[in-house]
Write a protein that binds this ligand. Sequence first.
Ligand code: FMN
Ligand code: 7N5
Length: 386
Amino acid sequence: MAERFGSYQSEIYLQGFGGTKPEFSTDATRLESSAEALMEPGPFSYVASGAGSGSTVRANREAFDRWKLVPRMLTDSTDRDLSTSLLGTPMPAPVLLAPVGVQSIVHPEAELATARAAAELGVPMVLSTASSKTIEEVAAANGAGPRWFQLYWPNDPDVTASILSRAKKAGYTTLVVTLDTWTLGWRPCDLDQAYLPFLEGEGVAIPFSDPAFRALLDKTPEEDSAAAILRWIFMVTGTDRTWRQLPFLREHWDGPIVLKGIQHVDDARRAADAGMDGVIVSNHGGRQVDGAVAALDVLPEIATAVGDRIEVLFDSGVRTGSDVLKALALGASAVLLGRPYVYGLAHGGEAGVRHVLRCLLADFDISMGLSGNRSVGQLSPSVLRR
Ligand SMILES: Cc1cc2nc3c(=O)[nH]c(=O)nc-3n(C[C@H](O)[C@H](O)[C@H](O)COP(=O)(O)O)c2cc1C
Ligand SMILES: CCCCC(=O)C(=O)O
């Protein structure tokens, strides 16, 4: 029998029986509120806020609320199996940690804490190019855990090739290329505080430790960090990377490649035609285009169009076990979790991330069973009602 994530529920109740409540909330929304009280205003609103009026952040949640599960009874779903395998990565459940940069603004152990928590549960983490720790440091912390690497694509081929070869050597198996953030979205909460983590020297560990990047600089990042930061920002922003350059990535990465930030069915088809291995249907958690469609609303058409050719993953707005169920039923083969684990990190470093993951997996496990579903492969739109 597969590991029973739902046992975290009994663990919490049994501790309560002995008079101990969980250290952190088991609810993602309450965890966000308590993170606000813990964190500095700049970092908190950087994590929490979205583009513009926040309409896409809200739309992501509203889209989940429009779908309802229709539970089935007496199905003997005791012996359920949440495990799956994606692009060669075995996973205990169809859940990954989304790439989130600059985690040092949240906790000093940053991505190292996240990597340890993920490894302990066997949940794959996707390391961001904008991370606060190096590719190699995070790999060491992640140990035998599964890990993927997310690329913010530099316009310098040597730097790109160097970063990819470091990731490959350090055991990252799948490459995630983020397409929706070739410049930052209009984010009034950050603008009003003039808060941008990169300008404070956060999230540049990967370029600063990269020999190809360093070779381009007149002065080392240690001598002139401001110049190095600006050089890096200009290198990873801009629109000169297009579909035509994808073969370059294929030449420099021999594992699976997944394009992140896909929101139009024609882009998903184009990704499949270009020989990509998957797409992540995502609007970056509502942080880029204010007024963009909810990611969940475009998932079904994309899954229908390309789901038999490539893997279709999903993120943006996942907060509960039922959300995972809904996204899978609408055609995703796995989901990525963003902000909630960052709030776990803020509360308790590695233990906080582990708690958030265990809550999500327990909730998913229990909701699968109670709705009468035994395995993730069995989920289809028929378990939902709009
Ligand atoms: C603080 C923060 C930093 C992020 N950094 C990255 C990043 O470096 N690379 C990337 O591809 N996506 C990044 N994302 C987007 C996430 O990967 C993911 O798409 C999004 O958070 C999912 O939505 P959710 O937060 O509603 O779960 C970031 C998101 C947040 C909140
Ligand atoms: C270059 C942007 C890195 C962080 C990011 O993706 C976000 O804040 O959404």
